[in-house]
Design a protein around this ligand. Structure first.
Ligand code: NDP
Ligand code: GDR
Length: 364
C-alpha cells in the first residue's frame, strides 16, 4: 500500500517564511494548503512559482482565502483540509507598525493563534493536528541575559511583542491543557532576498543597490546601534518543520549565535558593492559618505521606536543538540545574496526608466 502524503496548512503563506516553507514541504512530498488574505492587488509574488492550475494532474499546492481575525474562515479551512501540521506564520509582523496599529496587531498576532488552536479543538483534531507557532526573539525585548535561550525571562517592548507573548503562552497552555502537539519556535531575525522591503536589512540592500545605479540619492535609517542575530530564512524554515517531527512537543530558540549592528550591516552591504562608507557624527547627527564625499546614509528620527530592543543574540544550543540543526548560511553570504538580488531588480527598474517609464519609487 502506498503511504498517503502528509497535509500541511500554512497561514502567512504569501510572506517570506511562508514561501520558503511551502517550497520546502512540497519538496518533501507534502500536500500544502495556504491561507491568503483578499487584497486589491495580487499579493502572491513570493509563491507564484509554486502555483499550478488546479485542473492539472497531481497538483499539491492550494490557496484558500481566510484571515487570522476571522474564526469562521479558519474553522472552515481546517475542517476542509484536515491538516496533519499547521504552521501559524501569519502576523502583522512589523514592530514599528505595531505602535501605530496596536489593536489590530493584538487581534491578528495574539488572538489569531488562539483562534487556530480553538479550531483544532472544536473540530476534535487534538490528536491528529500538530501546531507550530511563529514566536520571536522580540519576546526578550529588554534583555535580561546574554545570549538569550529558552529559559531567559521575557520582557516584551512593543505591542507586537506583547501580542506574540500571548500567542507563545496560549500555545503552551493548549499543549498542557488538551494534549495538542504544539510548539513555539523562538526565531531570531531571519532575512533573504524576499524579505519585506521595510525591514532594515532589505531596506539597506535595496537602497544601496538603487543608489549605486542612480535611482535613489540617500538611505534614511533609525537606530544605527541596534544589534541583531541575523540568519537566512531558508535555513530557519527547515527548523520549523523539524520541530513538528519529534516524539514530544517542545519550544526551541533558533539563531546563529552571531550578532551585528545595523551599521555593520550597511558596511557589509556597501562592501559587496565595492563602496567604503565613512561615518561621521553621532545619534541623529550621524551620516555616512561614499568615497566621493556624497552623503549616502543619514539618520532620520522618524524611524526611532517609542521603546527599542537594543541587543539580541540567540543561543541555539538546544536545537543543535536535540534536533541536530546548525545554520548553513553565514552573515557575509546572506548579505551578498541579498545585495546580488537587489542589484538585479534595480537594473530592471533602471531599464524601465531608460525607456521612458516611471520607475517605482517606494521607500519606507
Ligand atoms: P511577513 O511579514 O513576510 O509575512 C506575514 C504573513 O502574514 C503574510 O503572508 C501576510 O499576508 C500574512 N498576514 C498578516 N496579517 C494577516 C491576517 N490578519 N490574516 C492572515 N494573514 C495575515 O513575515 P515573515 O515571513 O518574516 O515571518 C513569519 C512569521 O514569523 C510572522 O508571524 C513573524 O511575526 C514571525 N517571525 C519572523 C521573524 C523574522 O525575522 N522574519 C523572526 C521571528 C518571528 P500579506 O502578504 O497579505 O501581507
Ligand atoms: P525587528 O526588525 O524589529 O528586529 O523585527 P527590523 O528589521 O524592522 O529592525 C531591526 C532593528 O533595526 C533598527 N532600524 C530600523 N528598522 C527598520 N525597519 N527601518 C529602519 O529604517 C531602521 N533603522 C534602524 C530597528 O529599530 C531595530 O532595532 C523583525 C520582524 O521580522 C519581527 O516580525 C520578528 O519577530 C523579529 O524581527 C525577530
Amino acid at each position: 500500500m502506498t503511504e498517503q502524503p502528509k497535509v500541511a496548512l500554512i497561514t502567512g503563506i504569501t510572506g517570506q517564511d511562508g514561501a520558503y516553507l511551502a517550497e520546502f514541504l512540497l519538496g518533501k512530498g507534502y500536500i500544502v494548503h495556504g491561507i491568503k488574505r483578499r487584497t486589491s492587488l495580487f499579493n502572491t509574488d513570493r509563491i507564484d512559482h509554486l502555483y499550478r492550475d488546479r485542473h492539472e494532474q497531481g497538483v499539491r499546492f492550494f490557496l484558500h482565502h481566510g484571515d487570522l481575525t476571522d474564526s469562521s474562515s479558519l474553522i472552515r479551512i481546517i475542517q476542509q483540509t484536515q491538516p496533519d501540521e499547521v504552521y501559524n506564520l501569519a502576523a502583522q509582523s512589523h514592530v514599528a507598525v505595531s505602535f501605530e496599529e496596536p489593536e489590530y496587531t493584538a487581534n491578528s498576532d495574539a488572538l489569531g493563534a488562539l483562534r487556530i488552536l480553538e479550531a483544532i479543538r472544536i473540530l476534535g483534531l487534538e490528536k491528529k493536528t500538530r501546531f507550530y507557532q511563529a514566536s520571536t526573539s522580540e519576546l526578550y525585548g529588554l534583555v535580561q541575559e546574554i545570549p538569550q535561550k529558552e529559559t531567559t525571562p521575557f520582557y516584551p517592548r512593543s505591542p507586537y511583542a506583547v501580542a506574540k507573548l500571548y500567542a507563545y503562552w496560549i500555545t503552551v497552555n493548549y499543549r498542557e491543557a488538551y494534549g495538542i502537539y504544539a510548539c513555539n519556535g523562538i526565531l531570531f531575525n531571519h532575512e533573504s532576498p524576499v524579505r519585506g522591503e521595510t525591514f532594515v536589512t532589505r531596506k539597506i540592500t535595496r537602497a544601496l543597490a538603487r543608489i549605486k545605479l542612480g535611482l535613489q540619492d540617500c538611505l534614511f535609517l533609525g537606530n544605527m546601534d541596534a544589534k541583531r542575530d541575523w540568519g537566512h530564512a531558508k535555513d530557519y524554515v527547515e527548523m520549523q518543520w523539524l520541530m513538528l517531527q519529534q516524539d514530544k512537543p517542545e519550544d526551541f530558540v533558533i539563531a546563529t549565535g552571531v550578532q551585528h549592528s545595523v551599521r555593520d550591516f550597511v558596511n557589509a552591504a556597501a562592501g559587496e558593492l565595492g563602496v567604503r562608507i565613512s561615518w561621521q557624527g553621532e545619534g541623529v547627527e550621524e551620516i555616512g559618505t561614499d568615497p566621493n564625499g556624497r552623503v549616502v546614509v543619514k539618520v532620520d528620527p522618524r524611524y526611532f521606536r517609542p521603546t527599542e530592543v537594543e541587543t539580541l543574540l540567540g543561543d541555539p544550543s538546544k536545537a543543535k543538540v536535540k534536533l541536530g540543526w546548525a545554520p548553513k548560511t553565514s552573515f557575509e553570504e546572506l548579505v551578498a545574496e541579498m545585495v546580488r538580488e537587489d542589484i538585479k531588480s534595480a537594473e530592471r527598474d533602471e531599464l524601465v526608466k531608460k525607456n521612458g517609464f516611471a520607475a517605482f519609487n517606494r521607500f519606507e
